[in-house]
Design a binder for this molecule. Sequence first.
Ligand code: GLA
Length: 430
Amino acid sequence: MKMAEGQVNKFSKLHSYFWIYVSCIMSKWLALLLCITSVYHVTCLNNGLALTPPMGWLSWERYRCITDCETYPDDCISEKLYMEMADLLVSEGYKDVGYQYVNIDDCWMSKERDGRGSLVADPERFPHGIKHLADYIHSKGLKMGIYEDFGTKTCGGYPGSKFYLQEDAETFASWGVDMLKLDGCYTNAADYEYGYPIMEFFLNRTGRPMLYSCSWPAYVSNPDYVKIAKYCNIWRNYADIGDSWDSVRGIIDFYGKDKGNFSKVAGPGQFNDPDMIIIGDYGLSYEQQRTQMALWSMMAAPLFMSSNLRKMPQKSKALLQNKRAIAINQDPLGIQGTRIDMIGKNIQVWTKQISPKGKSFAFTFLNTDEGGSPTKISYPLKKLGAIAPAGYNVTEVFSGAFVGMFKPQDSLNVSVDPTGVFFGMAKFLG
Ligand code: GLA
């Protein structure tokens, strides 16, 4: 169990610590092997971060690896992009509702490390360096995340952290980084279970709390989620999101199946990550944007928007900033909602317990039918988990509209649009 107070008891096993130190100032694989044996006895993630799912903005889905700033001055991966997004998080009200991290993804680096082996940002696109950018983001009351890869290269082909884990952790800390997304391209399948804990050790060792986002389970079959949760605050476990309903639907299906019960591992400090929010981009209808916001809230997912905040449609912005949806996502119990039922082929029923535990819950009916008219549903509240005889006040989450007072045996009658949702909340009375 992680503790909220930050880093405690990290280095109590001094003999192991000594071996880590010795091994890690040595080079290449021998060092890694020694690190591996020691790390397992020493450390577990305990940085006090991500007690609720982290929220922010992340460049990858919308801005990918655009490095040509002449042709794409507004879209290229550059300090200008991240500074502008930081400005907009504040000026457009996102920060006020909880979005906090401004996260750099792949393609921020120079193609080579410097003479001392340190990572360097591309000097043309980040002329003032990453520390300057972090300072700027911090001056706005926000936090900054960065991207690296556990292998020899990032997925985009930039220098990876293999053989440089300690060095890179220290570099990130010295720059004032608050979150690291560590990807898993260009390495061997057997390395993940060693490499990710080692990086976690080095992050802790810097003394700077850095939220640790691991891509580890996305690269292995049958991940050991309990073990992953010991080392990572959040973890990707499925394919990259793309700008389409098919992509969003595929992720929802994966989370609905919940293979290996990964939903059970979620809790304060440790969350499954179904990938970024694409609301306000090109691929989703308004109904589908509501669906993504509802399901990501239900799944206690990190809420990292990947969109152009300069041109966010008003209706999309209202969804992203919906306080009731965010409160369900951010519920302090940190319980991940699950798919509990199907009505016919097309209606999925999801529930999520929210505070007070065992008494109130959020629920979603998702209609995956891709054509025709809205589907009418009648569903008894008790099948959603309602047990309190005094009953529940039911509200529609996006509008805040009061739907009615229901006893467990009462049925809820709702209508759900194709590829849309009815997103509800049942608050215990009494
Ligand atoms: C992988 C990750 C993505 C993104 C890219 C960058 O595909 O899953 O989220 O970080 O790499 O190259």
